[in-house]
Design a protein around this ligand. Sequence first.
Ligand code: ZN
Ligand code: ZN
Length: 133
Amino acid sequence: MRGSTSGGCQCGRIRYEITKEPVGLAVCHCRECQRQSGSAFGMSLALPDGAFRLISGTLKTFEVKCDSGRMKTCAFCSECGTRIYHQTVKGMSVKAGTLDDTSLLKPEAHYWTMRKQPWVLIASEVAQIADDG
Ligand SMILES: [Zn+2]
Ligand SMILES: [Zn+2]
């Protein structure tokens, strides 16, 4: 994951830094991640406590109920709306597509594959979990 230590939003006001080695990358195919991304799945880079540092810009937050039933705090750029991170009782994860360098991202597991679009093909060596595990 080296080299993936900074990121930001689409309008450029939000800039952030990841100061500790991330825990791992999860791809989630749940309906909430599909809706949030406007796409087929979401990518969440789990971070250890205290690893996220906001450098510039203003984040707004709101709460949403996940497919798992847990509540999730969602943080986004107050100007352009780009989703930056999610926080649940399980921890914090950055939306990995907002990193400046996404070339080193490698999923450790796919979640909610029961909701996966049928045309998304997952490499057989990567763990697949039907729901949120
Ligand atoms: Zn922005
Ligand atoms: Zn999800």
